[in-house]
Design a protein around this ligand. Structure first.
Ligand SMILES: NC(=O)C1=CN([C@@H]2O[C@H](COP(=O)(O)OP(=O)(O)OC[C@H]3O[C@@H](n4cnc5c(N)ncnc54)[C@H](OP(=O)(O)O)[C@@H]3O)[C@@H](O)[C@H]2O)C=CC1
Ligand SMILES: O=C(CO)[C@H](O)[C@H](O)COP(=O)(O)O
Length: 473
């Protein structure tokens, strides 16, 4: 491409950066990518679709000089210090009006700080959440932009071109002010943690409770993926059970260590939810379970100390599979409900103006939490754009009601059989509290007033009251 300038630049040619850039090229944009590792710039060029314009360079200044003005650049580097390092290296090379996008999983408070810092230098900075993993980035991710509307207008045609499509509609929309894009992506990941935890519980309930082997588990999850549980995570779970290990004759899932890692977005969701406050106990539980998974030595020691009850579920296998299906459906709805309630409250508290009807539409395709349920929620928000919690929608309520009895049965059986199912239990407990008009928390308020003169409100008259409680023994 002698003498011509490139439409778009990418910094960081790892899993996401390389694939997103190739996706842009496939949609007719001329692109240039920078990575300090020359093997990655070479790999970028050799992976390009013939006929597309893709260049890889190991010199940041050379990349910036070859971009069309105003420049449009994205970085896909690890969150935290690397993002600040890239900004510091870029700043002397940029001009007022240039657009810099952070497409990684940055914490929204870092994004707020960077937006402010770069605004002072007349550089547009946008935090954009991208979901879909390696394959999604290459063929159509879900994209969650937030921040500067003027900058968004400049990159909107490109983002709409590369995003996943659902019925022809691109899975990208402007999702609010300042750090909103990264806030929405953080909560997306919190919901992702929750649903992954629930699927792992369904797996253990079927495996330990009913003795299903990997082929049977594949069939169950595959059939679930053809019905009301249809989703990306259920689909890949079905695949996982069939994968053979190339080092042994075993199925790969059986030789993978049970320590689950994390990069922090689930934990941030829990932390920020506590801060607001808004209750997201299924997400909290999912984060905690990954933490407990790391206590391998302690768990092995405890296994010797505390013999497990008989884990067999004494129900007809087909009946048990149906009950676990229903419990997974129930708790998945609860996971979305908690995440969306957090977005509602976070948007209000932080004045981000996040449009929830758009969020659920953007999540319908391309992202890790895409599922047929997002269509249900899209309809719910069409009925009421101000819905504080999707559990208050009548359509959602009828779906939840249809599976509640089986969910209660699964939770009771899991408790009796000693099979850990904290996600299901937590979803059910949240639901039972949420649908209770008068909880037992009047007693907590009485205790607070008893020991700390924290006062209380009454059910029968307005005002704030304190009692000198009598000590009765
Ligand atoms: N993988 C996934 O499924 C998803 C990841 N994300 C997020 O996207 C971002 C990128 O992730 P991913 O592509 O998986 O990560 P990778 O580790 O595959 O790639 C990161 C790239 O960033 C480069 N890099 C690291 N530090 C710097 C630096 N200081 N300056 C310049 N370049 C740097 C690395 O270069 P080098 O190796 O040459 O040092 C590498 O090419 C992260 O924030 C991640 O959380 C978002 C959605 C999905
Ligand atoms: O953003 C993503 C998916 O949406 C990334 O894959 C992220 O790394 C997942 O989180 P974790 O690594 O903590 O499981």
């Amino acid at each position: 491409m002698a003498n011509s300038l490139y439409d778009f630049g990418m910094i960081g040619l790892g899993v996401m950066g390389r694939n997103l850039l190739l996706n842009m090229a496939d949609h007719g944009f001329s692109v240039i990518g920078f990575d300090k590792d020359a093997t990655k710039t070479g790999a970028l060029e050799s992976a390009a679709t013939p006929g597309t314009t893709v260049k890889g360079v190991a010199d940041l200044a050379a990349m910036v000089q070859q971009l069309e003005r105003p420049r449009k650049l994205m970085m896909l580097v690890p969150a935290g210090q690397p993002v600040d390092d890239v900004i510091a290296s870029l700043l002397p090379l940029l001009e007022p009006g240039d657009v810099v996008i952070d497409g990684g999983n940055s914490h929204y408070t870092d994004t707020l700080r960077r937006v402010k810092y770069l605004r002072e230098k007349n550089i547009h900075f946008m935090g954009i959440g991208v979901s879909g993993g390696e394959k999604g980035a290459r063929t159509g991710p879900s994209i969650m932009p937030g921040g500067d509307l003027e900058a968004y207008a400049k990159v909107k045609p490109m983002l709409e071109a590369i995003a996943a499509k659902v019925n022809g509609t691109p899975c990208v929309a402007y999702l609010g002010k300042e750090g909103a894009g990264h806030y929405v992506k953080m909560v997306h990941n919190g919901i992702e943690y929750a649903i992954m935890q629930l699927i792992s519980e369904a797996y253990t309930l079927l495996k330990k409770g009913a003795g299903l082997d990997n082929d049977q588990l594949h069939k169950v999850f595959d059939s679930w993926n053809k019905g009301s549980l249809q989703s990306f995570l259920v689909e890949i779970t079905a695949d996982i059970f069939l994968q053979k290990d190339d080092k042994t004759n075993a199925r790969l899932v059986d030789v993978i260590s049970d320590k689950a890692g994390s990069k922090g977005t689930g934990k941030w969701t829990s932390q920020d939810a506590m801060e607001l406050p808004v209750a997201v106990p299924v997400i909290d539980t999912a984060v905690a379970m990954r933490t407990i998974s790391g206590y391998k030595d302690q768990r092995l020691a405890a296994e010797q100390l505390y013999p497990a009850p008989d884990a067999t579920i004494h129900l007809n296998t087909e009946q048990w599979i149906q009950q676990v299906h229903d419990a997974l459906y129930f708790a998945t709805i609860l996971s979305y409900a908690q995440g969306l309630a957090m977005l509602n409250e976070g948007s209000r508290e932080l004045q981000m103006e996040i449009p929830l009807p758009e969020v659920v539409k953007v999540w319908r395709g391309g992202c890790i939490i895409r599922s047929t349920l997002l269509e249900v929620f899209t309809q719910a928000y069409q009925q009421n754009t101000e819905l504080a919690n999707i559990l208050l929608d009548k359509g959602v309520a009828s779906l939840v009601t249809s599976v509640i009895a089986n969910t209660r049965s699964v939770v009771a059986h899991a408790a009796n059989a000693g099979i850990p199912a904290a996600g299901f239990m937590s979803a059910l407990s949240y639901f039972d509290a949420f649908r209770t008009g008068r909880m037992a928390t009047n007693l907590i308020q009485a205790q607070r007033d008893y020991f700390g003169a924290h006062t209380y409100q009454r059910t029968d008259m307005a005002g704030t009251f304190h009692t000198e409680w009598e000590h009765h023994n």
